[in-house]
Ligand binder design. Sequence first.
Ligand code: ADP
Ligand code: MG
Length: 226
Amino acid sequence: MNLIEISNLTASYNGHVALEKININIKEKEFICLVGENGSGKSTFIKSIVGLHKQDKGIIKTKIDPSQISYLEQFNVKSLDFPATVKEIIMTGMQIKKSKLFYTKEDYIAFDEICNTLRIKNIVNKKIGELSGGQRQRVLLARAMINKPKLLILDEPCSGLDVKISNKLYGILLDINKELGTTVVIAIHNVDELNKINEEKKVKIRVIHIAKNLKFDGNLLDWKGL
Ligand code: ADP
Ligand code: MG
């Protein structure tokens, strides 16, 4: 089943064309790596899907409820420095479905689960500003994942993280795709690292290479690189 159907998408900024005539369907349970050099249009593509950038032309059909989509924007985690605790930040991920006046027992169970998965249980009462870059990124990921979205869209979640932590994140994303059937779309620089982690997990990875136009769309095994 298609979750998102994109046909003939063209998007620009004040006449500067960032994406041109893109046709892509995103299906249930897929693991998609969105690749391309800096400025090739990955973020614009993602923002168009989640409704943050209005396309010039084309149709984007969303076949699932927006509450089932989580999006983590390309972000400099260093700027995340305000006096909220990790727990407070992650729990706001529960507000996506509907604004809640209080959290239920089930919400807190989901919180414990995601903190276990992302190995951040020991830091839940810390202020976000006290954490390392890798910890902050995992907190944002927990916030995006706590609602068990059907579609998880991450814009370069590993930029600025060291290889060890990136690899841990890749492992987690591959696992939730395999175990929960979550569709993952990740804009990524180094597909090789993810592919290494995938050697034992054997998830089928689809690569979409964008450079304004669609350059490649297929299995990672058939992709020749940028
Ligand atoms: P990527 O995420 O692959 O690095 P982007 O989607 O951010 O690429 O950018 C695609 C093109 O659109 C680039 O040429 C970039 O300079 C331009 N662009 C992106 N965001 C803006 C913006 N807010 N205003 C003007 N131009 C932008
Ligand atoms: Mg980008």
